[in-house]
Design a protein around this ligand. Structure first.
Ligand SMILES: [Zn+2]
Ligand SMILES: [Zn+2]
Length: 421
């Protein structure tokens, strides 16, 4: 695919580029960055817009195979593109889970066939995500996984988790943990605090996350493996990662937009779109998450896009499943709620996700894949979940007004999403 991206502010922190200029894409690859007039190829007019290396959401649940009524690879990929993401990494908790290379192959071929955004599969750590024996990690690596995780569930068995870290080290793959001590969370449905008491709902203490992060950091140090903490939500968890980084452990961490925008107060109306795991925490935890983003403790903003069919989210709070959709609101929320430089924002959404997943890098350099995210920093818009490209509607951000939006998503030189004001 050929494309001329005209007159945008092109920014790539990894290549120290920040200039108003053009980008020429030929046959899906960047051919030239600089003032250009190329007759006869399609033009993406980017005057007044920011043009960045394609954004990469490393934490999404696509639900295919197995729960296609909630999301497919095609619908999730389309929603991701509409949120500005040129690539996503898909968590393995499908039905059946991605714990063997035949599922990995299926996801990759279906993504090539139907998803506008690139899809990088994450393999399970354990067979059927049961936490008992290791999955076919080496075979899945050969098939194309970029990381392993049992996300949705933690690996409770410390010995098994040590073995997973050691095994992943042979491929230099990150091990992504959903940090939750199940004995401490013990069937809780929201953050344990004043609101859980007032609402009469069973709480999940911050300690459920923090004890798991603490154990994992000890094992990551012992093994020297790459450890990635998914969706951190508490002050102490962020502090432990900060301290581990200071000691040069190979540790990275992500947070979600809901954990920097919402507190457990959002549960007050028993809104099941405020039910997620880890749960929405206190205002002090939100402040700590934002500090972690600002000071570099947090490497990545990822959505934890978790679509659920409306019938499930209409259950009462105790019975409804955890999780919300997020790929279409993540960038807008970050632009609206965080005071970040463009450099830092692009690191969080593109550069660091690429590094952590060790994918062949893309960016603003000649020969790169023509994968670009175009932002309008001044666009005022309101999220309407009924217009979502996801098959699911479980977002707490319906009706939210935001300033700043992804208005163009370009994959391999093809414009897969565009929103002209
Ligand atoms: Zn999780
Ligand atoms: Zn998740």
């Amino acid at each position: 695919m050929d494309l001329l991206v005209k007159n945008g502010r092109v920014i790539d922190p990894a290549r120290k580029i920040d200039a108003v200029t053009d980008i020429v894409i030929r046959d899906g690859k960047i051919q030239l960055i600089g003032a250009a007039t190329v007759p006869g190829i399609p033009v993406f007019e980017a005057t007044g817009l920011v043009v960045a290396p394609g954004f990469f959401d490393i934490h999404v649940h696509l639900r295919e195979p197995g729960t296609e009524e909630a999301e497919t690879i095609a619908s999730g990929g389309s929603a991701a593109a509409a949120g500005g993401f040129t690539a996503v990494a898909a968590m393995p908790n499908t039905k059946p889970p991605n714990d063997n290379p035949s599922i990995t192959h299926y996801i990759l071929s279906e993504a090539r066939r139907s998803s506008p955004a690139r899809v990088f599969p994450i393999g399970a750590i354990t067979k059927e995500q049961k936490g008992e024996t290791l999955a076919e990690i080496g075979e899945m690596f050969e098939a194309g996984i970029v990381a392993i995780s049992d996300d949705g569930k933690p690996v409770m068995d410390s010995r098994l988790f040590r073995r997973a870290l050691e095994y992943a080290l042979m491929f230099d793959m990150p091990v992504i943990q959903h940090c939750e001590d199940l004995y401490l969370s013990n069937g809780g449905v929201m953050h344990e605090g004043v609101y859980s008491t007032r609402l009469g709902l069973k709480g999940i203490p911050s300690a459920a996350e923090e004890t798991m992060v603490s154990r994992d950091l000890i094992l990551a140090e012992m093994t020297g493996s790459k450890y990635h903490a998914a969706h951190l939500s508490t002050r102490q968890a962020v502090a432990m990662v900060r301290e581990a980084k200071a000691r040069r452990l190979r540790v990275t961490a992500e947070v979600t937009p809901h954990h920097f925008t919402l507190t457990d107060a959002a549960v007050a109306g028993y809104d099941t779109n405020a039910k997620m795991n880890p749960p929405l925490r206190s205002a002090d935890d939100v402040a700590a998450v934002v500090e972690g983003i600002s000071d570099g403790t947090i490497d990545v903003i990822a959505s934890d896009h978790a679509p659920h069919h409306i019938n499930l989210k209409m259950l009462e709070f105790d019975s409804a499943p955890f999780g919300i959709t997020g790929v279409e609101t993540a960038v807008g929320l970050a632009l609206t709620k965080l005071q970040l430089s463009m450099t830092r924002l692009i690191e969080l959404f593109s550069i660091n996700p690429q590094k952590i997943m060790k994918v062949a890098p893309w960016g603003l350099f000649e020969g790169s894949n023509g994968d670009l995210t175009v932002l309008d920093l001044n666009r005022n818009w309101t999220f309407d979940v009924n217009q979502s490209r996801s098959r699911s509607r479980n977002s707490p951000f319906h009706g939210w007004s935001m300033k700043g939006k992804a208005v163009g998503t370009i994959v391999g030189g093809k414009v897969v999403y565009q929103d002209r004001a």
